[in-house]
Design a binder for this molecule. Structure first.
Ligand code: COA
Length: 168
């Protein structure tokens, strides 16, 4: 396993992690049995791929921002913060994944913690997360960040609210 010499942080997508992003996402897609063809496009023009993901953009009909969780040249995972809840009630404020080679090392737990601080800076007092009832890893991540259950959405996903941290 690669030893990190600095603590990973959420930051805007960057070309600095090109190799690690492409190999990490490829490993993750293969592990999940998912289509990897989008990675060929990403590798052809990675600078454009990154540029298309930086900043606040309209996604799911609401302003949203993508962050990558990185340490130096290492890419660990991605996270999106939606500034408002989508109108269809299907998603929460925050979604995330950690690529397979970096899973089960506490990264998603740390990543969500950092995202809650960013969300507070956006004016959100609390964040909604929706998780499939059989997604044990994500339920662990939400639990470790203090998620309070609030029923299910129209898709049957479990809803959790997490208070965002006030400034120290
Ligand atoms: C969910 C996900 C982000 C977790 O990432 P991670 O970095 O491995 O999570 P952590 O290491 O912070 O682990 C958090 C908790 O889940 C547990 N966990 C992690 N992987 C697990 C697995 N495969 N099976 C069961 N439990 C698991 C950890 O042990 C920990 O639980 P604990 O508090 O009881 O010790 C990752 O599995 C993933 O990207 N999955 C695919 C995308 C996804 O489901 N995203 C979330 C949608 S709501």
């Amino acid at each position: 396993m690669t030893a990190l010499t600095t603590s990973p942080r959420l930051a805007p997508p960057t070309v600095r992690v090109r190799e690690s992003y492409l190999t990490g996402e490829q490993a993750d897609m293969v592990h999940r049995g998912s289509d990897t063809s989008w990675l060929a496009d990403a590798s052809r023009d990675f600078a454009q791929f990154v540029a298309d993901r930086v900043g606040v953009r309209e996604r799911w009909g609401v302003p949203s921002e993508v962050f990558w969780f990185t340490a130096e040249e290492h890419y660990i995972g991605s996270l999106v913060i939606r500034h408002q809840l989508p109108k269809d009630d299907l998603g929460g404020h925050i979604g995330y994944h950690v690529v397979h080679p970096w899973q089960r090392q506490g990264h998603a737990t740390t990543m969500l913690g950092q995202a809650l601080t960013i969300a507070r800076g956006l004016g959100l007092d609390r964040a909604l997360l929706t998780v499939a009832a059989d997604n044990a890893p994500s339920l662990g991540v939400v639990r470790r960040n203090g998620g309070t259950p609030d029923g299910t959405n129209s898709d049957g996903q479990l809803r959790f609210w997490i208070d965002t941290p006030t400034a120290p």
